[in-house]
Design a protein around this ligand. Structure first.
Ligand SMILES: Cc1cc2nc3c(=O)[nH]c(=O)nc-3n(C[C@H](O)[C@H](O)[C@H](O)COP(=O)(O)O)c2cc1C
Length: 153
């Protein structure tokens, strides 16, 4: 299965998850949003996109890249999305309510990929301890478990 993992990352945490998923199989290609070209999405079977949640959505760079993808370009491609996000238990009462209202990046990324023709396999979020990280304990294992399920579906 030809798989691409595309990510953006401000502080490196999403990149670390993306890298750990890509390291599970030599054939998986890893691209940051600054490197990817539209043609890289040709003739692939699975596209996984990862982003930090920023103001409830994917990064501006990823959103801009999505705008360049022609309609139905992802037709016949399986798609999945993940984000990194704040651990809610570390947030103040008001921030907890705010993040509940504005939501997270991964479901929105998946929706966008589906609107471009992709066939959805799933989405998930992985927790950071604070804005710059590091990732919370166990998040790498959780991400690898999630990815295994995606590959099996
Ligand atoms: C401008 C900005 C906005 C953010 N907004 C949210 C948010 O809405 N919800 C949330 O859970 N975390 C939010 N965060 C925390 C990020 O999700 C966290 O910094 C990110 O997971 C770190 O990933 P990275 O190291 O790949 O950049 C925000 C961070 C920044 C810098």
């Amino acid at each position: 299965m030809k798989t691409i993992i595309l990510y953006d990352s401000q502080y490196g945490n999403t990149k670390k998850i993306a890298q750990s998923l890509a390291d599970t199989d030599k054939s998986i290609k890893l691209f940051s949003v600054d490197q990817i070209k539209l043609s890289d999405l040709k003739n692939i079977d699975l596209l996984v996109v990862g982003s930090p949640t920023q103001a409830g959505q994917a990064t501006v760079n990823l959103l801009n890249f999505f705008k360049t993808i022609p309609s139905n370009y992802l037709s016949g491609i399986k798609v999945a999305a993940f984000d990194t996000r704040m651990n809610e238990s570390t947030l103040s009462f008001f921030l907890k309510i705010l993040v509940k209202i504005i939501g997270y990046a991964s479901p929105k990324i998946l929706k966008k990929l589906v609107s471009l023709g992709g066939q959805p396999l799933g989405e998930s979020g992985f927790l950071v301890q604070s804005q710059k990280g590091p990732l919370c304990d166990d998040e790498f294992e959780l991400a690898l478990d999630w990815f295994k399920k995606i590959l099996k579906s």
